[in-house]
Write a protein that binds this ligand. Structure first.
Ligand SMILES: Cc1cc2nc3c(=O)[nH]c(=O)nc-3n(C[C@H](O)[C@H](O)[C@H](O)COP(=O)(O)OP(=O)(O)OC[C@H]3O[C@@H](n4cnc5c(N)ncnc54)[C@H](O)[C@@H]3O)c2cc1C
Length: 363
């Protein structure tokens, strides 16, 4: 049984930019450094397998999910950025990810639509995209056909441990169950707190931008080492522009609202990297709250002190990881082993540290 307090796809899974990200994200690499990246690297095999998993999903779920492995290019405009990308690539290769360093000439050949001022970059062939507006609903329908119950507009309020498992208070009445999977996105830390383990799941209010549909222009999932940016072109021809720019709270309601500063800055960096975007009209902007963890690693597995309570929280890149995460946590909840070392993803890594109250989400 799935309890959902709003509607399917109402939160991050329906508001993200649909990119498959596998490589180490450049911004945290630059800020946190190589030790952080090496500690994050066990996440890479999960993401590689997640993308492989995506490739069979349109057939398995019977819906064309617009899954495409376009390759991702991280581009640089300075020699310092290129040197950092090279250091990052060494860690990625060590974790089994196939990445190719691109010189200025390589970049012109591989992605001629990018600015000629760029110094080079990195190609990650397994990156790509799918359509998040289709994927969640396709999963939900398939799950229901296999007997899953989906309870919409039901809020999980309290959890009490019982000899047989748990008694859950919800806005729709109590539920007795043997096991719980906490997949509450930005609220995962607050849900785990209900069994006495407040995990430091973060809320990052972001915004994303989409243009009118145009002829094929952007072939890859493009990221930039010189500023926050992701650009990709959807199957319909529209171009999605994002990269982690913050939204800002509406002064009256407190809900995330469009930040004009982020709009301006995101489009400026996008035009800098893909000059032809100057001639494309913006169609829509939306906000969404992204889930994070302090070390960017997922939290996956059963809580040590609360048998029967499982957490599935994949930060920042949760769209890429979701289908595999779902499968893994289902296996774990059924008492079966999974073929990964989950130690780097254990919730227990936070228990000794100071755990802050999770930031309130967007409602
Ligand atoms: C603007 C933006 C762009 C992004 N771009 C990308 C991208 O390109 N690629 C990528 O891989 N990732 C991307 N992400 C991240 C990705 O969207 C998230 O990591 C992922 O969707 C998280 O999925 P989830 O199922 O854990 O959480 P969610 O999709 O947020 O689902 C959690 C659900 O739990 C429900 N819930 C919470 N508390 C309760 C409760 N007490 N009772 C009942 N229900 C509850 C919520 O209503 C919600 O529907 C982006 C995120 C944002 C916001």
């Amino acid at each position: 049984m799935l309890l959902e307090r709003w509607d399917l796809n109402a939160e991050a899974s329906g508001r993200n930019a649909g990119g498959f990200h596998v490589q180490i994200q450049f911004e945290p690499f630059e800020v946190e450094g190589e030790d952080w990246a090496r500690a994050w690297a066990p996440t890479i095999p999960l993401l590689i397998d997640a993308v492989e998993h995506w490739q069979g999903l349109s057939g398995e779920l019977g819906v064309e999910l617009e899954v495409k492995l376009t390759g991702g290019v991280l581009v640089a405009e300075t020699e310092e950025q290129l040197a950092a990308i090279e250091r990052k690539a060494a860690i990625e290769r060590g974790a089994g990810l196939d990445v190719e360093l691109l010189s200025r000439a390589d970049l012109r050949r591989v992605a001629p639509y990018l600015s000629s001022a760029l110094a080079g970059g990195l190609l990650c062939p397994v990156e790509g995209k799918a359509n998040p507006l289709l994927a969640t609903h396709a999963f939900a329908r398939a799950a229901q056909q296999l007997g899953a119950r989906i309870e919409l507009r039901v809020d999980l309020l309290e959890i009490e441990r019982t000899p047989g498992g748990f008694r859950v208070e919800t806005s729709g009445g109590p539920i007795e169950c043997e096991r719980i999977v906490d997949c509450a996105g930005v609220a995962a830390g607050r849900v785990s707190a209900l069994v006495g383990v407040p995990l430091p799941v973060e809320s990052w209010p972001l915004q994303a931008h989409v243009t009118e549909a145009v002829a094929p222009l952007v072939r890859h999932l493009v990221a930039f080492a010189g500023g926050r940016l992701t650009v990709k072109q959807a199957a319909a021809g529209s171009i999605l522009i994002g990269g982690g720019w913050p939204s800002e709270p509406d002064p009256e309601t407190g809900r995330p609202a469009v930040s004009l500063h982020s709009l301006h800055a995101n489009l400026r960096v996008a035009r800098h990297v893909v000059p032809a975007l100057a001639g494309v009209r913006l169609l829509r902007i939306w906000t969404g709250v992204c889930n994070g963890t302090p070390d960017h690693r997922p939290i996956l597995g059963e809580l040590e002190d609360v048998p029967g309570f499982f957490v599935a929280a994949f930060p920042f890149l949760g769209f890429t990881a979701a289908p595999l995460m779902g499968r893994l946590v289902a296996e774990l909840a059924c008492g079966r082993a999974v073929p990964y070392d989950l130690a780097p993803f254990a919730a227990a890594r936070f228990s000794a540290a100071h755990v802050e109250e999770p930031v309130p989400a967007d409602r």
